[in-house]
Design a protein around this ligand. Structure first.
Ligand code: IMP
Ligand code: MG
Length: 187
């Protein structure tokens, strides 16, 4: 008999689909930013800023799918605690910013639920006076108010895990996005 929580989540988005989509997004980003850079002679590398912890796997794959020069960095944010419903109270750790002003930044998030986390990160970046801030989320739920510039997959309003996403710290290591065995019920 397995403990209920140790049964593998059911596959919602297979690893191959994620890989294909991340490659597409990397190509699109590279093309979009190449055009932008071409209009601004001497522009510096794109700053790819992952939101920890959920975006760690996505950033690793996305960075390899981008063909223009980037710097990779992370910001740590949390809104969930250990539950499955966003508390709405987003905490962002102070951002170390050695990049100066006027940079192009791409904020990379695992999932857009209410959108409060991305909004808070984008606001926190204002103090560094970036030239542009765009956002990318692997997943987007229907309630999301924040209009991300790049989205991997639109999904239903259900709780998912895997490919960086966790359920109270568990299942981040799965290569696919799945639904916990209890059906992803909010609690
Ligand atoms: P938002 O601020 O409501 O958009 O929530 C975004 C954050 O909540 C994400 O960065 C995730 O860490 C977490 N989150 C939202 N939905 C899920 C989910 O289905 N599974 C795991 N974490 C989630
Ligand atoms: Mg989380």
């Amino acid at each position: 008999m397995h403990d209920r929580d140790s049964r593998l989540p059911e596959i919602l988005i297979p690893a191959e689909d994620i890989a294909r989509r991340v490659t597409e997004l990397g190509r699109k980003l590279s093309a979009d930013y190449t055009c932008a850079v071409a209009r601004n002679v001497g522009a510096e590398e794109l700053v790819v800023l992952g939101v920890l912890k959920g975006a760690f796997m996505l950033v690793a794959d996305l960075a390899r799918a981008i063909s223009i020069p980037v710097v990779v960095d992370f910001v740590r944010a949390a809104s969930y605690g250990s539950g499955r419903v966003s508390s709405g109270d987003v905490r962002i750790e102070p951002i170390a910013w050695p990049y100066g002003e006027g940079r192009d930044v791409l904020v990379v998030e695992d999932v857009l639920d209410t959108g409060k986390t991305l909004e808070a990160v984008v606001r926190a970046l204002e103090e560094f006076r970036p030239r542009s801030v765009k956002t990318l989320a692997l997943l987007r739920k229907p309630a999301a108010k924040w209009p991300a510039d790049y989205v991997g997959f639109e999904i239903e309003d259900t709780f998912v895990v895997g490919y960086g996403l966790d359920d109270a710290g568990k299942w981040r290591q799965l290569p696919y996005v799945g639904i916990p065995c209890d059906g992803g019920e909010r609690r």
